[in-house]
Design a protein around this ligand. Sequence first.
Ligand code: PAF
Length: 279
Amino acid sequence: MQILRTVAELRTRVRGWKADGRQVGVVPTMGALHEGHLSLVRAAKRGCDRVIVTIFVNPMQFNNPEDLAKYPRAEDTDAALLAAEGVDLIFAPAPEEVYPQGFASRVIVSGVSAPLEGAMRPDHFEGVATVVAKLFGMTQADRAYFGQKDWQQLQVVRRMVTDLNIAVEVVGCETVREADGLALSSRNLRLDPLARAQAPGLYSILSRAAQALRGGAAVGTTLAGAVADLGQAGFDRVEYVELRDAATLDPITAPGTRPARLLAAVWIGGVRLIDNIPV
Ligand code: PAF
């Protein structure tokens, strides 16, 4: 497994693979890898002849410089995990390689980027879409693997790929959960023991609400009930619990007519958690 830092080296390597008729998969990451990322790598290994994992903590998608500085970096551990999975190549560029002097372009995916995470973290999806478009251009991958845990991100990427005719197949992979239901996230490490014990309540409360909605319960009452349950379960703050169209993220008032997703963002013990499930 090689670790490459420049687009020129990456292009040469990928050109060779493509000349041999190999299908190339990419798993874009910001590093600090956990089982959730490794499940994407395994899906890419099953679906493609060659697998690239990109590790790049993208400054453009952070609203707060402190969050960017605090973001965990663990390249040596990540590289060992990826080598054990049989990854062919890590692409880990420096910020100047991705955003060289004079960089002046932005990818804005309107509509699907606006609500929920987009409302809470202004410009976040602009940063995500821009870097993902660049990573697709750099890697020339045939398939790209993203986790469903970041459901809105996945829809933003799908919309961008369709709108910009990018020749990549976007594969959304199931959220990996702890045995108690907590969705895997690098943020889970920051939960203190009490918050860690309470955090699985997010998934169980969402699951209960989703079941009620599937059974025909009124949307407004069910969502308000879920917010109240989260408060009682020890969550400090609920940013949103929303039922949305699964692809456009438009609000839904009558489930059952089109694929829907229940999405939530909450705070517990100073840590922000997100999760989502189908309805
Ligand atoms: O989900 C992430 O880790 C990031 O948003 C991504 C897709 C790697 C873009 O920086």
